[in-house]
Design a protein around this ligand. Structure first.
Ligand code: KG4
Ligand code: ZN
Length: 340
């Protein structure tokens, strides 16, 4: 079975062709980074317009790369939410139109389910029950999965997502966008113990996340120490490197702290960390050191599948489509779509 995946929930227009739920025949991602770069974050209206401009080309390129014909597509999987409404609508309208024209089924997919499925593309035998952390620019949520596909959200961020906090500090410091990969690259040159950022306590649910406090603390640190945006992102002074190292390290501290607490409550056989921030080197290294042991495996997606892509969307829909499930054309995009 060949599934066309489509993803347009935020600032990447992506399409992928996936065979039998596991083999990526092609995967194309049109990034909008250059469009949003000058604003230091995603501008929703610009994102929608870019998706409209890119989607036909991205899908055609995907077919060309896989050397396939329209008629060889068996089904379509498309991100239905959560995400930016205007952006989601472009993918949904395209997917429905194409499914109608080709007379094939289409299914709507939750974006977070897609991120979690990105791990299964390389590790189809990943053990369950599992704890799954989705950590990206728009989301920081922790799920307990009794088995594959059975999601129970046990906590999420109260305010910003971890990736958003990384992107914001990089923006204040004039380092570029998106900030996560830039901080990942620069942090090893600084001292992670230079500035002490506290791990927030989230009272109602101790497993919830919060990143707005550390973002404000970093801003305060910049003001108090008269730190301004860099003039040349290639020449970053030592005290900014120290700030970046301390900031990244405290964000990783919080993610690991919540996972550690959750592992005390839930007996699981694997920890699965996905989403854009799961590419982060410090997070990968420290989580493996802390959690990997006999009986507990720590999984990540391959780096190219950590940020938004459509292979993960097709993968998340594969088992439903193999059971011949299909959504009706009445299905609508939902910017606040919940999972479970
Ligand atoms: O999964 P994604 O593409 O979009 C959302 O679903 O939100 O994640 C994008 C986020 C951005 O905030 C970006 O800064 C962050 O992932 N990111 C990273 C790294 N690569 C991307 N954060 C830390 N380290 C990285 N290497
Ligand atoms: Zn995402």
């Amino acid at each position: 079975m060949i599934v066309l995946g489509i993803e347009s929930s935020c600032d990447e227009t992506a399409a992928a062709l996936l065979e039998d739920g596991i083999v990526i025949l092609s995967s194309v991602v049109a990034s909008q980074v250059p469009v949003h770069q000058e604003f230091g974050g995603v501008v929703p209206e610009l994102a929608s317009r870019e998706h409209v401009d890119n989607i036909c080309f991205v899908v055609e390129q995907c077919l060309n790369q896989a050397d396939l014909d329209w008629k060889q597509i068996d089904a379509i999987a498309v991100t239905r939410g959560p995400g930016l409404m205007g952006a989601l609508l472009v993918g949904m309208a395209y997917a429905k139109g194409l499914a109608y024209a080709l007379k094939i089924p289409f299914v709507g997919v939750n974006h977070l389910e897609g991120h979690m499925a990105s791990i299964l593309l390389d590790h189809p035998q990943a053990e369950f029950p599992a704890l799954a952390l989705v950590v990206s620019g728009g989301h920081t949520s922790l799920f307990y999965l009794q088995e594959a596909g059975n999601y129970q959200e046990i906590s999420k961020t109260r305010d910003d997502a971890a990736g958003e906090a990384l992107d914001k500090l990089a923006k204040y410091l004039g380092l570029g966008y998106p900030g996560g990969p830039i901080i990942d690259r620069l942090a090893p040159q600084g001292n992670p113990k230079a500035i002490a950022f506290a791990i927030p306590q989230t009272r109602a649910n101790a497993l919830d996340f919060s990143f707005s406090g550390i973002k404000s603390a970093a801003l305060r640190h910049m003001q108090q120490n008269h730190i301004e945006a860099v003039e040349n992102p290639e020449e970053v002074p030592e005290r900014i490197l120290d700030l970046l190292a301390s900031y990244q390290s405290s964000i990783v501290d919080q993610l690991l702290n919540r996972l550690k607490k959750a592992l005390k409550i839930h007996e699981v056989r694997s920890v699965q960390i996905s989403g854009g921030v799961s590419c982060n080197n410090e997070l990968r290294r420290r989580s493996r050191e802390l959690f990997a042991r006999p009986g507990l495996v720590v999984y990540y997606p391959r780096p190219q599948l950590t940020t938004d892509n459509a292979a993960m969307i097709a993968a998340a829909a594969a088992s439903r489509l193999q059971q011949r499930a299909a959504d009706s054309f009445g299905l609508t995009a939902d910017p606040n779509l919940k999972l479970n």
